[in-house]
Write a protein that binds this ligand. Sequence first.
Ligand code: ADP
Ligand code: MG
Length: 325
Amino acid sequence: MPSEFELIARHFRRPRDARAAGVVLGVDDDAALLAPTPGTQLVVCTDTLVSGVHFPADTPAYDIGWKALAVNLSDLAAMGATPRACLLALTLPSADESRVAEFARGFFALADQAGCALVGGDTTRGPLSVTVTAIGEVPAGEALLRGGARVGDLVCISGMPGLAASGLSRWQDGARAADDVAIRHLLRPQPRLALGLALRGTATACIDVSDGLLGDLAHVLDVSSAAAGLPLGAEIDIAALPRAPELAALPEDRAREFMLAGGDDYELLFTIPSSSRALLPALAGRAGVPLAVIGRMTSGVGLRCLDAQGDEWKPVRHSWEHFRP
Ligand code: ADP
Ligand code: MG
């Protein structure tokens, strides 16, 4: 069985990461040394994935590697940041080399696509869990924040929310087809990095949808209300939500619940001034993902979902929460 140091040397130390721009010293010493680009601010985030909580226990190792990085790059995307480097804290039940190799393959497939160097981490034994810390850069003062939404702004979403929730329900029903669009979206989410960059200077607020569209929109309302010093609400037009073909066969209430309260989509939810609406097609083109206007910011507290008739529809829940009984 390989030692911790052999595992790191074989699977996680790569010459290309040591040569990446801004990396003075990567995996090798007690800590990494990075040289930030002058004029930028560092954007730093971390997220843990626990087996059986954040991914099904029988998830392929490649997909665990991909997703552990993807959820962090999604947070950088939501800030409008460019990824630079990351750290990987890995807790493994055993040193199963073929699974570690597959994990590393998935992790680096996305790291290389995103230009993010692995510059350090930690390797320990215990129940499977993966913590990634990601570091990005943004020109000083240009980060996308949650707190800038104003009354009258349009609420927009990328991609097709609800796809991951439908993937999870298919997985739980035993579906395993590698080409199942919903399952692929669940296991290998694409962080919307190009969109985050494209939205700088246009979006008034931005958040990534990790827990559920309504729950994450509520965070934007909270922070933006506090920043504006007056209560803000939002109205969502259910008919305007882009609906994945994978949701077509579901009962209407279930499809709505997946779109509005399903977690794990890693799409960007953002607001723009209504005067910027005409920019959306060009932004979608630059980002390589469809964008839709799904509602508007209102004055007064409250988040309402309206159906095609203008009647309010109330979801059972707004999002995923770890500590809810
Ligand atoms: P220390 O005992 O000083 O914490 P470690 O032996 O844990 O150092 O790590 C040695 C080097 O390997 C460090 O540069 C650390 O960042 C890196 N490292 C450890 N685990 C990983 C991992 N899973 N992925 C990438 N780098 C790692
Ligand atoms: Mg250590």
